[in-house]
Design a protein around this ligand. Structure first.
Ligand code: MCN
Length: 783
């Protein structure tokens, strides 16, 4: 392994820029003549808009324009698009209501966009926004899914019971038969709490229009700028598509929340032409809590059937997924195809049947958030397995091992075909690293201090590297999810890689350069990674679903193969040898059996200077592109072990140790991968112990600031012990499995399993706040 190649723990190249404050985020960009937008948002969860009077706002200092849903309609700009068609059990299509970028006729959640005020300064726009008089006729709010399903309050006319879809997966008859044969059935009711995504940089957008060129530009905090261009140009009616350039500069995190098409970006682009000046909008944190798509929010009843030895026979799951007031871009697919196909977990379960109801409520839209469906599935499986083992009087580790899938490839009953894995190896290694043998002693020590100590396991699997186009196409996605790359070698041998992936914290500028350095022998500081600009990179699918390593880097790898193949031809001319005799190794092209060789940079110079092959068939230059479409998902898996201590006097939970052993196949940069795992665990611990979006019965968001929405802090977390096992992924050329979401998927059940272990196995809902834990501890303690 070279010091900067595949497998090397190279420090992130991009971090110097970030930690010295030299990043270029959307809010750092200012366009000449720029105006500022402030949105008038609904204070009600559900109301008819009787009228909008903008006269006082228009008369306010600095106000340039006030635009409403009527103006959008007049310009024939319709509803925002939901990407994935879901069919009901009876085969009929889901019931999706329109989602205009500015509300027309009705508002459906607190924070819904009613109008936009455009002014010379932010302050003037905000002041004037308060003067827009909206006459509302309030309707009842409905935040509870069960209440919504009664249909007493209808949010969209197309969905009379507020049911967007009732979808199912698996073989019901086979699963019912497995339950009929079972000796034991474990039943659990699970709440998967609603979360706010909280990237460090709130969303922002600048719409710009050059009337001379008839060219729109959108600077935005996007994880997938090309998809944003494709959808927004269609939506706003910008043709041809390249008349809209989308630039996603440095982006400070997203965790999924920046892949969707939101109202604000649409409005900034559209309004820029209307007012004839650039329009900038920057979200504040309260707006982010109100209107960025939330994550999770499931109510699930789950049942696990086992035989007399504790072998799992079947799994039955009924889930209600809160989709909020409108379908967000991917919100139909997250609780269905990204959830139910993962319900087999790491286990050999012969029969699975899952039903999912998607439900409208008068709350913010819910969509993908780190893990997106897979944390919800893992939580169901890992809580059920834990409870089943305890009910059967079996050791949870032995129970897991007995039911692990051992033979690969393995076809689950719910679509997924797992390719490789060694679940026992990860579990054994994690137990060793966590010193599980010493746990009993540590528990006694805790007890001597009056504390309760618990140990919780989570054996997770996820499907990422999203996604094989054939698979997602057949499931109704309607798009291919390949990735593109172009490798441009400059005449002096430095390299530019243009990628359709987008980095917003994942360190692509480093790991992608490592791949190039490894393959071409070029130092990583001579490799530039270009992304996030639709004028520079022709097309790409962006970053989500832990796909950039497995899919984005595979595209780069394919392009590098072509660069090397072309380099061999050029080297053959340059060294007057047969192409068949040219070898490429360690950054040098050499003629086999001779001492003749040229460095990679020398061949690049030859490719452009071209004097050795002018007039020949070979074209000058060294620039190659490739598209890569995976043949399967990648299936990272692993075991996380959480050890914690509870103070029964206060209910405070302290995580004492955390051990993570993950199988990410080939690891490009172990330091970056470890950082990804750390971040994911922190978010999963946040979900398990602290975080939760709450609406009151009137649909008011109670948790609209960090005073009420509790994020984990550094001192809530221990130092993590992170290890790996490796079964390289066979469906991409690098053997990579995604690592970006694993920690968030694995960790919530590990925490809750540890708490229930400490408390004597009573189920406890997330977030297990000190109050909830204290109450559970009181119930457990003798009076
Ligand atoms: N990598 C590696 N070896 C592997 C797998 C990955 O070295 N076997 C490297 C990759 O080259 C990349 C990083 O690890 O630099 C993450 O790769 P991957 O797992 O492919 O995930 P993506 O790059 O596609 O990132 C998406 C993923 C998701 S879905 C969420 S959500 C998430 C996450 O990444 N959001 C993040 N990590 C985040 N990290 C930060 N800081 N901010 C976010 O918003």
């Amino acid at each position: 392994m070279s010091a900067t190649g595949i497998g090397a723990p190279v420090r992130r190249k991009e971090d110097f820029r970030f930690i010295t404050g030299k990043g270029q985020y959307t809010d750092d960009i200012n366009r000449p003549g720029q105006t500022y937008a402030a949105f008038v948002r609904s204070p009600h969860a559900h109301a008819v808009i009787k009228s909008v009077d903008a006269s006082a706002a228009l008369a306010s200092p600095g106000v340039v324009s006030v635009l409403t849903g009527q103006d959008l309609e007049a310009d024939k700009i319709g509803g925002l698009i939901c990407g994935w068609m879901i069919h009901n059990k009876d085969g009929s299509p889901m019931s999706a209501g329109a989602h205009p970028a500015l509300a027309v006729g009705k508002v459906r959640y607190v924070g819904d966009h009613v109008a936009v005020v455009i002014a010379e300064t932010f302050a003037q726009a905000r002041d004037a926004a308060e003067k827009v008089m909206v006459d509302y006729d309030q309707l009842p709010a409905v935040v509870d899914m069960n209440e919504a399903l009664t249909g007493k309050t209808v949010i969209h006319d197309v969905a009379p019971n507020n049911r967007v879809y009732d979808w199912h997966l698996g073989d019901k008859a086979a699963t019912d038969a497995a339950f009929a044969r079972a000796k034991h059935v474990t039943r659990l009711d699970i709440v998967n709490n609603r979360l706010a995504p909280n990237p460090m940089e709130p969303r922002a957008a600048i719409g710009d229009y050059d009337s001379g060129q008839e060219q729109f530009t959108l600077y935005t905090t996007s994880q997938n700028p090309h998809v944003a261009r494709l959808v927004l140009s269609a939506f706003i009616g910008i043709a041809p598509e390249h008349k809209l350039r989308v630039i996603a500069p440095d982006v400070g995190g997203g965790f999924g929340s920046k892949i969707f098409i939101y109202a604000e970006e649409t409005v900034c682009v559209w309004a820029a032409k209307k007012v004839g000046r650039p329009v900038k909008w920057v979200s504040d944190r309260t707006e982010a809590f109100l209107a960025d798509a939330h994550g999770r929010d499931h109510l699930t009843h789950a049942e696990l059937a086992t035989d007399e030895r504790g072998k799992i026979l079947g799994l039955r799951v009924k889930t209600k997924a809160n989709l909020g007031a409108y379908l967000s871009t991917f919100s139909s697919s997250v609780p269905t195809y990204l959830y139910a196909p993962l319900l087999s977990g790491q286990y050999d379960i012969p029969a699975i049947y899952a039903e999912v109801e998607g439900v409208y409520t008068t709350t913010a839209p819910v969509d993908a958030y780190r893990g997106a469906g897979r944390p919800e599935a893992t939580f169901v499986v890992e809580r059920l397995v834990e409870v089943a083992a305890r009910e059967l009087g079996q050791d949870p580790v032995a129970f897991r091992k007995k039911n692990f899938i051992r033979k690969f490839p393995h076809q689950t009953p719910v679509i997924m075909a797992y390719d490789v894995g060694d679940y026992t190896a990860s579990l054994d290694k994690a137990m060793e690293m966590a010193d599980v043998k010493g746990f009993a002693r540590r528990k006694r020590e805790s007890a001597r201090k009056g504390k309760l100590r618990g140990l919780g396991y989570s054996a997770y699997i996820e499907a990422c590297g999203i996604a094989p186009s054939a698979a997602v196409g057949s499931l109704g996605a309607g798009v291919g999810l390949w990735e593109s790359a172009e490798v441009r070698v400059n005449p002096v041998g430095t390299v530019e890689v243009l990628t359709g992936s987008h980095s917003h914290g994942q360190g692509h500028e480093t790991t992608f350069a490592q791949l190039v350095s490894d393959r071409l022998g070029v130092p990583i500081d001579q490799v530039a990674i270009v992304h996030g600009d639709t004028d520079k990179v022709q097309f790409g699918m962006g970053t989500y679903g832990s796909r950039s390593g497995a899919v984005g880097m595979s595209a780069i790898s394919k392009a590098l193969d072509k660069v090397i193949a072309k380099g061999k031809k050029v080297a053959a001319y340059a060294m007057e040898a047969s192409e068949a005799d040219i070898e490429f190794k360690d950054g040098r092209f050499s003629v086999s059996g001779t001492d003749k060789s040229l460095a990679f940079g020398e061949v690049a110079l030859q490719a452009y200077i071209a004097h050795k092959f002018s007039g020949q068939e070979l074209e000058p230059g060294l620039k190659e592109g490739a598209f890569y479409d995976p043949t399967n998902f990648t299936f990272p898996s692993g075991v996380h072990i959480c050890e914690l201590e509870i103070d029964p006097e206060t209910g405070v939970t302290t995580i004492a140790r955390w051990t993570a052993v993950d199988d990410f196949g080939t690891v490009i940069n172990p330091m970056i991968v470890e950082g990804q795992v750390h971040g994911g665990i922190a978010q999963g611990v946040g979900q398990a112990l602290f975080e939760g979006v709450h609406y009151d019965a009137d649909g008011q968001l109670v948790t609209a600031s960090y005073m009420d929405y509790c994020m984990p802090r550094a001192d809530d977390l221990p130092s993590f012990d992170v290890g790996t096992t490796s079964t390289p992924c066979p469906s991409n050329p690098l053997g990579i499995k995604g690592c970006g979401e694993a920690g968030a998927i694995a960790s919530p059940p590990a925490v809750i399993n540890a708490i229930t272990d400490a408390l004597g196995h009573e189920h406890i809902a997330m977030p297990a706040t000190p109050q909830a834990v204290w109450l559970a501890a009181q119930r457990r303690l003798p009076a």
